[in-house]
Design a protein around this ligand. Structure first.
Ligand code: X2X
Length: 349
C-alpha cells in the first residue's frame, strides 16, 4: 500500500465509523440499543377469554422468536386508558399504548370505515366474515388503519354478538320495545337499537357488568364466548337469542414509532407471530359454536339460560327493521367499501 492509498483507506475507515455512530444516534433508527425493556399491550379482555388468550399467544411467540429482545406485558381491562375502551385507538396512535389486540367496534369512533363490521346483518356466516378479513376488503381496511397512524398486522375475532336480556326471550323486534340495552362503540349501535324500539345506553365493558347486576340495564349484546367466560347468567341474563346480527373482528396492531424502532428482521418476526396468533385466536373464538352440537350453547342452557334460535322468517323481521340503519351507515362508512364487502360476501366459498 502506498502512503497515499493508506491515507485514503484510513479516511474511509474513519468516515465509516462516524457514519455508523451518527446512524445509531439518529432517533427512530432501528438498532437493538433502542429497544425498551418492556412493551405494553392493551386488551379489553384477559387470557380467560379467547381475545386475551390471543394476545398472550402473540406475546409468547414474539418473546421466544426474538430470544427475549422483545418483551411484551399484557394490560387487560384496557387499564392503560382507565378502562375507556373507545379511547384505545387514540392512545395507540399517541404512544400511550405500544401495541394492542383491539376490536373494530372500539376503534370505530376514530376510524369510521371499521363500522363496516357493525352493519346489521351484513355477514350471515363465518365464511362471510372470512371473505372480508382475508380478502380485498381486509387489505383495504389495513391501508386505512395504516393511514390512520398504526401498523396493522393480522386479524383475529371477538365473535358473533348475540342479544341477551333479564326480562324475556327476544323473538321479534317488538320484544325489545323499551328495554334498556347496554351498547358500546360508535353511534351506529344507538341507531340499530333505537330502530328496534329499544332504549340503548352506551357504556364500557367495565361498567356494563355492574349495570347488568343492579338491573340498571336489562340486556346486552356480546359473543357467547364472553357470555360464558364472564358468567353473565350470574348477573341476571336469563335469555339469549342467536340472531347473529354482527360479528366483530380483532386487529393485531403496533404503534408506528415502536414499529420503526425495531430491526426489519424483528418486525418480520412480530408480524408472523401476529398472523399465527390471529389464526389460533380465531379458532378459539369459534370453539363450541362451529361443532354440530354447539357445546357452548349446551353449557349456558345448563345454567338455566333460555337459548332462542330464530327461524329464517323471524330473523328476517330484524333484518327489515334495521335496514334503514344499514342504508344510512353505508354512506357514512363509504358506499364503495360496503359495496365491495357485499360483493365479496355474495361470492364467498
Ligand atoms: O365491550 C364489549 O362489549 C366488548 C368486550 O365485546 C368489546 O370490547 C367490543
Amino acid at each position: 500500500m502506498t502512503k497515499n492509498t493508506f491515507q485514503t483507506f484510513k479516511r474511509s475507515l474513519l468516515a465509516l465509523a462516524v457514519g455508523s455512530l451518527a446512524l445509531a444516534a439518529l432517533p427512530g433508527t432501528a438498532s437493538a440499543q433502542n429497544y425498551k425493556s418492556e412493551y405494553r399491550m392493551s386488551l379489553v379482555l384477559g387470557p380467560a377469554f379467547p381475545w386475551g388468550k390471543g394476545g398472550e399467544i402473540w406475546a409468547n411467540k414474539v418473546r421466544e422468536r426474538t430470544q427475549g429482545r422483545i418483551n411484551i406485558k399484557l394490560y387487560p381491562g384496557v387499564s392503560l386508558i382507565q378502562g375507556d375502551q373507545t379511547r384505545e385507538f387514540s392512545a395507540l396512535r399517541q404512544g400511550v399504548i405500544d401495541m394492542a389486540v383491539g376490536s373494530t367496534i372500539n376503534w370505530s369512533p376514530q376510524v369510521k370505515q371499521l363500522n363496516l363490521f357493525s352493519l346489521p346483518f351484513l355477514m350471515p356466516d363465518y365464511a362471510a366474515v372470512d371473505s372480508l378479513t382475508q380478502g380485498e376488503v381486509g387489505k383495504n381496511l389495513f391501508k386505512v388503519l395504516d393511514q390512520a397512524g398504526v401498523v396493522p398486522l393480522a386479524w383475529g375475532e371477538n365473535g358473533y354478538r348475540e342479544i341477551s336480556t333479564s326480562k324475556l326471550p327476544i323473538k321479534k323486534p317488538e320484544d325489545l320495545k323499551g328495554l334498556k340495552i347496554r351498547v358500546v362503540g360508535s353511534p351506529l349501535f344507538l341507531d340499530t337499537f333505537s330502530a328496534l324500539g329499544a332504549n340503548p345506553t352506551q357504556m364500557s365493558w367495565a361498567d356494563a357488568q355492574p349495570a347488568l347486576a343492579s338491573g340498571a340495564v336489562d340486556g346486552q349484546e356480546n359473543p357467547i364466548s364472553i357470555f360464558t367466560a364472564a358468567k353473565l347468567h350470574t348477573v341476571g341474563q336469563k335469555y339469549v337469542t342467536m340472531w347473529g346480527y354482527i360479528c366483530d373482528p380483532l386487529v393485531f396492531v403496533v404503534n408506528k414509532d415502536i414499529w420503526n424502532s425495531w430491526t426489519p428482521a424483528d418486525r418480520e418476526i412480530v408480524r408472523q407471530a401476529a398472523i399465527d396468533a390471529g389464526k389460533e385466536e380465531t379458532a378459539l373464538a369459534r370453539k363450541g359454536l362451529v361443532e354440530a352440537d354447539k357445546p357452548l350453547l349446551k353449557e349456558i342452557a345448563g345454567h338455566g339460560v333460555n337459548v332462542v334460535q330464530l327461524s329464517p322468517a323471524e330473523r328476517e323481521a330484524f333484518v327489515k327493521a334495521t335496514r334503514p340503519v344499514y342504508d344510512k351507515w353505508k354512506n357514512t362508512i363509504g358506499a364503495d367499501l360496503v359495496t365491495q364487502a357485499e360483493k365479496s360476501i355474495a361470492s364467498r366459498k
